[in-house]
Each structure stands twice: as structure tokens, then as C-alpha cells.
Design a binder for this molecule. Structure first.
Ligand code: MG
Length: 306
């Protein structure tokens, strides 16, 4: 069996958008540094497999993320750079992205004080002043801005994270001009009821599910259950990483982005359209294993191995 049996559930979206983060969020946390031509082929293959959005790289300083030091060279090898989102940590990163022809950028915020200081070298409150000119300048150039909110369901240093703090973080990023929030369970500790409560809290504050995406990690085996909770709630954008690539280099206990293949299997089984060709995607992750020197942690990739 190469595809699941489809059984529709009432109340679920007809179609969702998968926001593929493997080439950026995945590869930045792989110990292997993948050659630029392999990255370019990965992105091209992911697009050919039907993934509508592929975040290509990050314009972070190479000192912090040497795995992505080839960002400009990578973009120079790709067609239609204007379709590929790129993470920009600051104004310098935005300058680099604009010079490379990028038209979609993302900023990476933190719901917690400790992670803001560790990852951004700013206090929680100061991060908004850092992002403000990035977002304003991007919008003035006609470039849209997505905002990640990390540590939404738990923080490795602070433990539990208050929902109202997550909502305030997200609302301030939307107020700056971001078109969408990607709510990240950066260390993968969340459970489905927690996801529902977080989405309810955003809705209660006036932020609808149409402005929200979710970004789950499978550290505790909860990523798909959490995605189902978001689906039942009405969220229609899901971050996922081909083959379960990567995690988060700044959060010690973070492992394993939700694998795109595992998400697609569930969605197709539920009759939720994604536009993704699962076999082509699995073949891509199998091909990449050879360049990473380790097997994919995705259960679906393993199950569908020839
Ligand atoms: Mg991630």
C-alpha cells in the first residue's frame, strides 16, 4: 500500500497548505554540511513533489549557522527565487535577502525571555524593536513577512509558558505587519489539549485560525496528534520537514521536526488535500539519506522504503 485508505471526518478543512521547512530548519541542525548543489536539487525535488512553499535558507551570520553559509550561492542556482521564503534574523539579513531577489521573508521571535536572550541576544520586549525595522522595510519593498513564535508550548529553561504570553508575542508580531504566525512547539513537549487551548486563546484575542500556522516537533511523539488537534480546530497551514530533517540548534532538547511524509499520510487518509505526491517526496528523502549519512527518522519514509 503506497497511499492510505481515505476516510473523511466531518468538520476538517478540505485542503491545507504544507509549508516545507526542511532545507532551512532541517539542514541548519544537521551535523553534516550538505553541498550547495545537493541543497539546490533538494529544493527543486520538493517543489516537483508538489510542495507549494519551500523555505530555502536563512540569512543568518555563518558564524552561528555554518550549515547555511552558502545562502546566496544556493539562491543563485535556483529558478524563481521570488517564490522561495527565506529566514532573516535582522536588517543585515534582510539586506542580503533583498539583494538576492527574495520576495518572502520570515522572522523568528520567542515567546519566552530566556530563549529571546539566548537566541536573539535581546530581552523578550526588545525583540520587537529589533524586528520592527525589518518588517517595515520588507513591507515597503512589497515583500511579505511571516513570523515564527518559538517556545509556544514549553521552554527548556523556563518550563511552562503562559498562553497569554504566547498570544501577546504573536499579536505584537502581527501588529508589526506579519501576515501569518507560525506557532512553534520548539521542544516538542506539547499535547493536543494544549494546542487547542493555545489556538482558543488566540481566537479569544481576535486572531483567527486563518492567520495561524503550526510548527510541531516530534521529540515526545506528539507531533501528529498535535497536528490533528490543529486540524480539528481549523488551522490550514502546517510546517513540516521532509524526512523529519533537523530540529533547533539553540534548544538542547529539541529533536525532530514533524516529518512531511508522516503529515501527508495522515492528511490524505483524512481526505484533506495537500497537492503533494507522497511517493516523489519519499524518494527525495531516501535520496537525501545518502548525503546525510543517516536514515530518515520518518516512519512513513521507512515504511514505504522499496
Ligand atoms: Mg523546527
Amino acid at each position: 500500500m503506497r497511499e492510505p485508505t481515505t476516510v473523511r471526518q466531518d468538520g476538517l478543512p478540505e485542503r491545507v497548505t504544507i509549508y516545507e521547512v526542511g532545507p532551512r530548519d532541517g539542514l541548519q541542525n544537521e551535523s553534516a554540511v550538505v553541498p550547495v548543489e545537493v541543497k539546490a536539487e533538494l529544493i527543486t525535488r520538493l517543489q516537483a513533489a508538489g510542495l507549494p512553499v519551500v523555505e530555502a535558507t536563512s540569512m543568518v551570520h555563518p558564524r552561528w549557522v555554518p550549515q547555511l553559509a552558502d545562502a546566496e550561492e544556493l539562491l543563485g542556482r535556483l529558478d524563481h527565487v521570488e517564490r522561495l521564503p527565506v529566514l532573516v534574523p535582522n536588517e543585515r539579513g534582510l539586506d542580503r535577502a533583498l539583494a538576492a531577489g527574495v520576495r518572502h521573508v520570515a522572522v523568528f521571535g520567542s515567546a519566552t525571555e530566556t530563549f529571546a536572550r539566548r537566541n536573539l541576544n535581546r530581552s523578550w520586549d526588545e525583540q520587537f524593536a529589533m524586528f520592527e525595522p525589518v518588517v517595515a522595510r520588507a513591507l515597503a519593498e512589497g515583500v511579505d513577512v511571516r513570523a515564527y513564535v518559538s517556545m509556544c508550548l514549553g521552554d527548556p529553561w523556563e518550563g511552562e509558558v503562559a498562553l497569554d504570553r504566547v498570544v501577546e508575542t504573536g499579536r505584537r508580531l502581527l501588529d508589526l505587519g506579519a501576515y501569518q504566525l507560525s506557532l512553534g512547539d520548539t521542544i516538542g513537549v506539547g499535547t493536543p489539549g494544549h494546542v487547542t487551548a493555545l489556538l482558543d486563546a488566540f481566537n479569544a484575542a481576535g486572531t483567527g485560525d486563518d492567520l495561524l500556522a503550526v510548527h510541531f516537533h516530534d521529540t515526545y511523539g506528539q507531533a501528529l496528534a498535535n497536528a490533528y488537534a490543529a486540524l480539528a480546530h481549523g488551522v490550514t497551514t502546517y510546517d513540516a520537514s521532509a524526512g523529519g530533517l533537523g530540529g533547533c540548534p539553540y534548544a538542547e532538547s529539541a529533536t525532530g521536526n514533524l516529518a512531511t511524509e508522516d503529515l501527508v499520510w495522515m492528511l490524505h487518509g483524512l481526505g484533506v488535500a495537500t497537492g503533494v505526491d507522497l511517493e516523489a517526496l519519499v524518494a527525495t528523502s531516501r535520496w537525501l539519506e545518502g548525503h546525510l549519512g543517516r536514515p530518515s527518522p520518518s516512519r512513513v519514509v521507512r515504511a514505504l522504503a522499496p
